[in-house]
Design a protein around this ligand. Structure first.
Ligand code: ACO
Length: 382
């Protein structure tokens, strides 16, 4: 197979068409259903972007009100799911906790489906399942953090929109509008990014005609890795290791000498900077000012300047979002679950799209193992 053109990591491979988002690394732009993500982040509540990703258009005021009313109906953690979470050891990684909770929800919601031939469900059922996961994930993620801190579950507030309610569920107090706005922007920026590893995983699982929950559980597994979503957690570990801007040069010298990857930098598609970073960096700056924590911005800028000047590799979205979530008060281990709560919209939009125009995803491989050989003494059946 020496002359086979192998695309390791599927780099550069166009696997299918999608109408959900467009990434253009040449112009450094990211469009959701045609809208630049920066414009959506600056003007829309996350619920409207979820609606856009699923339906292809931004909602009218009336549609948004109806969508929000439906979302509010499904925010509560059911006793079964809460019990399943409570049975996990307290040092379970939160990504595993959320993955398990989604799996439990899926088992309950698809119970009685009959047989695997019916597993996939109708488009209407899957849209409703998508909305229900979107609505309940803030409670799952928030309760996880609270339980690790020895705090009790907080119930949702029907008078609060998605982002404000999410922060309420986590911290049990109403967040400042500046914080709600920064958090809402982060959710929108994390919502969708074409055929990234976790979304592609969801599409692969969907392509076998498996169910939506199985696809989401698989996507969560893919997102956990530090080369993908886990990087926002990993960025914060690095910030903690470095401590302050004064230590950046010495730390980076040692890290590069050890050939360590610097988390939060680099991207498979963007080579000259991630289109989402300026918007998230602006949100981080507002949080730095709000919490009066200039040293966070100093460390951020110093590490970015040093690393970019030495390696020419630019920050990705996880770089500003890690410290932003830290300032808001999230535990480092909760950062990637926040990414799940946002990306559930993109994943499920892709699951619906894959279901609407399905082809089993099954690439080829180039065999490079032992030449054909035989078991001594084996006599073939005649
Ligand atoms: N730190 C140090 N070196 C890096 C980094 C980094 N963050 N990123 C890339 N490089 C180097 C590699 O070591 C490699 O060098 P070499 O050619 O001398 O071996 C070269 O740049 C190419 O890197 P690859 O990893 O082969 O490129 P790829 O396109 O596969 O990588 C990836 C993309 C995986 C994101 C990579 O940049 C990385 O590991 N970054 C750190 C993890 C991270 O931040 N992930 C988040 C992705 S964005 C998101 O999920 C929101």
């Amino acid at each position: 197979m020496a002359d086979t053109d192998i695309k390791k990591g599927l780099a550069g491979v166009v696997a299918d068409e999608t109408a959900i988002s467009k990434v253009n690394p040449e112009t450094n732009s990211l469009l959701y259903r045609g809208y630049p993500v920066q414009e959506l982040a600056a003007t829309q509540p996350f619920e409207a972007v979820a609606y856009l990703l699923w339906h292809g258009e931004l909602p009218t005021e009336e549609q948004l009100a109806g969508f929000r009313a439906e979302e509010r109906k499904h925010r509560a953690l059911s006793p079964v799911v809460k019990d399943a979470i409570d049975r996990l050891p307290l040092d379970t990684h939160p990504m595993d906790e959320v993955r398990t909770a989604v799996s439990v929800i899926g088992a309950i919601e698809t119970a009685g489906t009959g047989n695997v031939l019916d597993a996939v469900g109708t488009p209407e059922e899957n849209l409703q399942r998508s909305l229900q996961l979107f609505a309940v994930l803030p409670a799952i993620v928030s309760y996880g953090q609270r339980r690790r801190r020895g705090e009790a579950l907080v119930e949702s507030r029907d008078d609060l929109d998605y982002a404000a309610n999410f922060l309420w569920l986590t911290f049990g107090e109403e967040a400042d509008p500046v914080v709600v706005d920064a958090f809402n922007r982060s959710m929108i920026l994390y919502a969708e990014h074409s055929f990234n590893a976790s979304t592609f995983t969801a599409r692969v699982i969907t392509s076998t005609l498996s169910d939506l929950y199985s696809a989401v559980v698989g996507a969560i597994g893919a997102l956990k890795g530090p080369l993908h979503g886990g990087a926002n957690e990993a960025v914060m570990h690095i910030f903690d290791e470095i401590g302050s801007a004064d230590n950046v040069v010495e730390w980076l010298d040692a890290a590069l000498a050890e050939k360590r990857k610097i988390m939060g930098f680099g991207h498979r598609v963007y080579k000259r900077g991630d289109s989402r970073v300026p918007t998230m960096k602006a949100a981080l700056d507002t949080l730095v000012a709000h919490y009066d924590r200039p040293e966070v911005a100093e460390l951020y800028t110093k590490l970015e300047d040093e690393f970019v000047s030495r390696k020419g590799i630019y920050p990705n979205l996880d770089y500003p979002s890690g410290p932003a979530y830290n300032l808001i008060g999230y535990d480092t281990l909760t950062f990637t679950p926040l990414f799940i709560a946002a990306r559930i919209t993109g994943w499920t939009a892709h699951i619906l799209e894959q279901q609407a125009s399905n082809a089993l995803i099954r690439p080829l491989s180039a065999y490079n193992g032992a030449d054909e050989r035989h078991i001594e003494g084996y006599v073939p059946d005649t």
